[in-house]
Design a protein around this ligand. Structure first.
Ligand code: HEC
Ligand code: HEC
Ligand code: HEC
Ligand code: HEC
Ligand code: HEC
Ligand code: HEC
Ligand code: HEC
Ligand code: HEC
Ligand code: HEC
Ligand code: HEC
Length: 316
């Protein structure tokens, strides 16, 4: 049994390779080996679990059109060979369980799934934040029951599945201005790959900007006159999930611009005199175009960059 579990994962890493060697040694020393008993045997006791299983892609593939011996084993393709479990159903360590109570190590659970689903989107699973934080495939997926239209997820939608753990992000998407995730127009996987990626934090593309440009291509440029912080990172000015300022801005204007342009070169970013506020203007002062309405953008309209020959100051 131990040997079976670990041998399947032997190639995954040097550390696991060592473990496998250890398991092999102890297995060879006499521990009893489990063998496959077949689906019919499992169903003789587990009819309840089988009730919804028939609706899943797994049941359809394994029963209707198995591509190899492993798929033909149906239940045991995931739960491992079951003869020892059948002989002693009280000992929880004799079958691979996907219940998160520490009896079956998470690496073993995930190893079972990766045996068939390695590669593809999961190319960067090993060492990803979810992997190293001991998140199991079965924390997001319920491969025995169909709750979602696609992807055999634990909840009806991708976003709800993520929210079971990511409460802070749920709150961020409730803010006044937010990406249309709560409206169901997009989901977390439009920007993230939960299975791992080469970028922090699990972004689907190579950088924040590439991720945004997938939909907001007009902001990618190239521009004749670039605005340096845009080229560097959209998150300099936008919170990608949501914010209480308009347009997902990280702070209100003119403070947003003043964070970097204060003291500004050329002309001051703040009032010339104390009577330039909108309120003071009512009492006879002159309000400053720098702080009312769209603030700096009353003049610097092309804040993402300009292609106008004389747009060097982002005014057109
Ligand atoms: C003789 C009846 C019997 C047979 C045959 C049997 N099981 Fe079980 N199984 C049980 C019992 C009893 C439990 C313990 C249930 C509990 O603790 O609630 C159990 C528990 C399990 C669990 C653990 C559930 C959990 O707590 O997460 C899994 C997985 C499982 N069986 C899979 C299988 C598979 C796969 C087969 C076929 C290889 C199989 N069983 C065959 C009776 C059986
Ligand atoms: C594709 C992998 C896979 C296959 C195939 C599979 N299971 Fe499971 N099984 C799981 C996972 C993952 C869980 C964790 C619980 C869940 O999904 O809700 C589980 C849970 C269970 C449980 C624990 C009870 C529960 O609902 O939590 C039992 C018992 C069980 N499976 C038996 C079976 C039997 C019998 C079969 C064959 C008819 C089978 N499994 C086929 C992956 C699989
Ligand atoms: C943090 C949540 C999460 C974890 C953990 C996770 N997945 Fe997924 N998985 C998803 C979501 C969400 C989708 C749907 C993606 C889509 O529709 O584009 C998905 C899709 C899939 C698909 C179908 C699409 C494809 O790539 O072929 C497979 C297979 C899959 N996951 C396997 C796994 C395996 C194996 C593991 C464990 C190594 C795992 N997943 C871990 C969230 C997760
Ligand atoms: C024996 C090989 C095998 C094992 C083990 C296995 N799967 Fe699958 N899985 C498949 C096949 C085959 C399909 C159907 C693929 C299809 O329809 O294109 C599938 C489908 C899926 C899908 C749905 C893909 C979609 O397009 O909706 C998800 C999610 C998934 N598996 C996750 C898992 C998880 C999580 C585990 C581990 C608990 C697991 N699988 C174990 C072979 C396997
Ligand atoms: C079972 C709990 C769980 C679920 C469900 C879950 N995550 Fe996570 N996620 C974690 C943990 C734990 C971490 C690491 C600690 C942290 O950053 O909170 C994490 C971290 C992340 C990170 C930050 C990565 C980094 O490098 O900083 C992203 C992005 C993420 N998850 C996206 C998702 C998405 C998208 C989904 C849904 C498809 C999802 N998560 C579902 C537990 C979960
Ligand atoms: C519009 C694209 C987009 C969507 C949709 C999105 N994210 Fe993010 N997310 C990002 C970007 C970009 C970052 C990195 C922010 C940074 O580097 O400052 C991030 C960061 C994170 C982090 C790391 C912690 C943090 O705030 O920096 C987590 C966790 C996370 N996202 C989870 C989620 C979850 C869960 C969902 C779905 C409910 C989701 N994200 C939807 C783009 C997105
Ligand atoms: C999958 C496509 C997609 C991706 C990727 C994407 N967006 Fe969006 N974005 C949208 C949609 C759809 C809207 C809503 C447009 C509408 O309602 O008119 C939107 C709206 C916005 C808005 C305006 C919000 C408002 O209040 O009007 C900003 C700012 C924005 N996105 C920034 C970003 C940033 C920054 C990123 C990268 C972290 C990003 N987007 C990635 C699709 C996307
Ligand atoms: C220097 C700050 C700054 C940076 C960096 C920045 N933006 Fe913006 N963005 C703004 C401001 C300010 C607005 C509001 C414009 C308005 O009200 O006309 C805005 C508005 C938007 C809008 C909604 C209105 C529109 O023009 O479509 C989108 C979408 C957007 N930004 C995407 C992006 C993307 C994608 C990036 C990264 C390539 C990015 N922004 C980088 C400041 C910035
Ligand atoms: C994260 C810092 C940052 C933020 C926020 C920011 N800028 Fe900039 N901005 C820069 C940098 C850096 C340059 C390039 C300066 C240079 O080339 O000397 C620049 C250049 C400019 C220029 C062109 C000036 C020149 O000399 O080429 C204008 C106009 C401008 N920004 C306006 C704005 C406005 C309006 C806002 C608010 C919507 C804003 N900036 C927000 C960092 C920022
Ligand atoms: C009433 C129109 C107007 C408003 C409002 C305005 N600017 Fe300007 N700004 C200009 C003009 C005109 C120039 C070009 C001056 C030149 O070419 O010598 C300029 C130039 C700049 C430059 C480049 C400085 C340089 O050395 O040429 C920066 C940076 C800048 N503005 C930032 C801001 C910021 C930040 C705000 C908001 C706090 C703001 N501007 C509001 C009209 C405006």
């Amino acid at each position: 049994m131990l040997f079976e579990r670990f041998a399947a994962k032997a190639a995954r890493s040097v550390a696991m390779g060592l473990l496998a060697a250890w398991a092999f040694a102890s297995g060879a020393a006499g521990a009893q080996q489990a063998t496959y008993v077949g689906e019919a045997k499992c169903l003789s006791c587990h009819n309840q679990e089988n009730e919804h299983f028939g609706d899943t892609q797994h049941a359809r593939a394994f029963r209707g059109n198995p591509k190899n011996d492993r798929e033909r084993q149906v239940c045991e393709a995931c739960h491992g060979p079951g003869s020892l479990h059948v002989a002693n159903t009280n000992d929880k360590s004799l079958i691979i369980r996907f219940t998160n109570d520490g009896v079956t190590p998470i690496e073993v659970m995930n190893g079972q799934c990766m045996g068939c689903h390695g590669g593809g989107q999961r190319q960067h699973w090993a060492g990803s934040t979810h992997d190293t934080n001991k998140v199991a495939c079965s924390d997001c997926h319920a491969p025995m029951e169909r709750h979602s239209k696609n992807g055999l997820l634990r909840r009806a939608s991708i976003t709800q599945t993520c929210y079971t753990c990511h409460q802070q992000q749920r709150a961020e998407f409730q803010r006044r201005s937010h990406m249309p995730v709560p409206e169901g127009k997009m989901s977390c996987v439009d920007c993230h790959n939960p299975h791992g990626s080469i970028t922090r934090p699990l972004l689907k593309n190579d950088s924040v900007n590439e991720t945004c440009a997938a939909c907001h291509a007009e902001k990618r440029g190239p521009f004749l006159w670039e605005h340096a912080p845009v080229r560097e990172n959209c998150a300099n000015c936008h919170h990608p999930h949501g914010s209480n300022n308009e347009r997902l801005l990280v702070s209100a204007r003119p403070f947003l611009c003043q964070q970097c342009h204060n003291p500004p070169v050329g002309h001051p970013g703040q009032f010339f005199r104390g009577d330039q506020t909108a309120a003071a203007a009512l009492a006879g002062g002159a309000q400053s175009a720098r702080v009312i309405g769209r603030s700096c953008q009353n003049c610097h309209v092309a804040v993402h960059g300009s292609n106008h020959p004389s747009g060097a100051r982002l005014q057109r």
